[in-house]
Design a protein around this ligand. Sequence first.
Ligand code: GLV
Length: 326
Amino acid sequence: MKPSILVARAVFPQILTLLEQHFDVTSNQDDVVWSPAQLIAQLQGKQGAFTTGSQRIDAELLKACPDLKICANMAVGYNNFDLDAMTAAGVLATNTPDVLTETTADFGFALMMATARRMAESEHFLRAGLWNSWRYDMFAGSDVHGSTLGILGMGRIGQAIAKRGAHGFGMKVIYHNRSRLDAALEAACGAAYVSKSDLLQQADHLILVLPYSPEAHHAIGAAELAQMKPTATLINIARGGIVDDAALAAALKQGTIAAAGLDVYEGEPKVHPDLLTVPNVVLTPHIASATMPTRMAMAQLAADNLIGYLVHGKPLTPLNPQVVKA
Ligand code: GLV
């Protein structure tokens, strides 16, 4: 008998076809937003789950789903998983590292440039029919080339952004991270390690690329924003909750910093109402990894993890490998 799995969100039809070769598949191609109780009901009798960042896998769910052996997230971030609870329950967790690194770094860079050069604000102005003549200071923003790029969180995506800045745009790149990179990697990235307060004070453009954890909650709040330059931009492509969105909206209104570019939000898909009313912020709906080839590669890796573990006993990118029996 084939193992049973749940695909909890809509996915590429080719990926469903692949999964159906190995599993009895229940899928959610209508992309219904399930409550936690509905997710538990759908998971009954399932050994595997193909999840995205919008399904919370916690102790309560695991207790109610005793057949579950693996949750394969189609995301590199996995703060929707209670990893300790999954390990305690013997449930394997997998994510999709590497395949999205360059695409996400491209987006971080694009969002930084759109923010620094006021692209969204000026486009809204044009569409509203307000453009009557050229003016010497119209939508004058800040330069990206030759400026100081600050990166908070220096994993794979942070490093890929650093390389773009240092080698492509002649930027001075500084970073802060829980652990310092070794000298060879710092040289390859063209990046120098600094304290968090030096990062805040020196960056012209500060990009957040750290994973969400309780310690990272509101890592950027009113006190941190106050340390930044009034001409600085802040870019968040990491996770909602790392920035205090209410404090950021206030800082943007007051001119504490010049502008922000956000792809992720506290409590998304809701967006703090004050962010919707300030002009100097570029807002995108959590799309940093969204190119067709990259989303396909992420879905393929999540599927390969399910097949690898449930069919062959060998997952490709396990987060809690201690669960895999030797
Ligand atoms: C997207 O946010 C991801 O974690 O892959």
